[in-house]
Design a protein around this ligand. Structure first.
Ligand code: FES
Length: 152
């Protein structure tokens, strides 16, 4: 069952925003916007499994906004693939979050395995997981996103 996160306009281009869809008391997933593309990730660093990434709420990106950063030990991740490019978990990946945007521009995530996935150590992204991003206003991309639920 999908869980509403926000309206797509609530995430600024080049920014990131965290969400607490399971009422855990802290943000457990986050979405990064680059132009019309949204990228959803679980807020868990693969270095130590359950460590949240930001140093402050919504602080997922480096100063230039070009990479996702874990502020615990400085790992840096590619925004689009989740792959750790530098840091203590280089080569590991963030856990993707399947997203879709409805006809009103509301962003939803597939919450079926949200709670369960919080207990799992993130694994490397699979080729199927690389489909979890989509264009905000593309019908074809919405269909592609639906197939990415295998990543959760
Ligand atoms: S916990 Fe993220 S880099 Fe160490």
């Amino acid at each position: 069952m999908p869980t509403l996160l926000c309206h797509s306009n609530d995430i600024v281009d080049g920014g990131a925003r965290g969400f607490d869809p399971t009422a855990a008391g802290r943000d457990t997933v986050f979405v990064v916007r680059q132009g019309e593309a949204l990228f959803g990730w679980h807020d868990q660093c693969p270095h130590e499994g359950v460590t949240p990434l930001p140093y402050k709420r919504h602080g997922y990106l480096n100063k230039s906004g070009s990479r996702i950063v874990c502020f615990a030990h400085g790992a840096q991740f590619d925004i689009r693939t989740g792959l750790c490019l530098t840091g203590p978990c280089k080569g590991d990946s963030l856990t993707p979050l399947a997203l879709f945007v409805d006809g009103q521009g509301q962003v939803h995530c597939s919450a079926g395995k949200l709670a369960h996935s919080l207990e799992e150590k993130p694994s490397r992204a699979t080729p199927e997981c690389e489909k979890r991003s989509f264009s905000v206003d593309s019908e074809a991309a919405k269909n592609e996103c639906a197939s990415s639920s295998v990543c959760l």
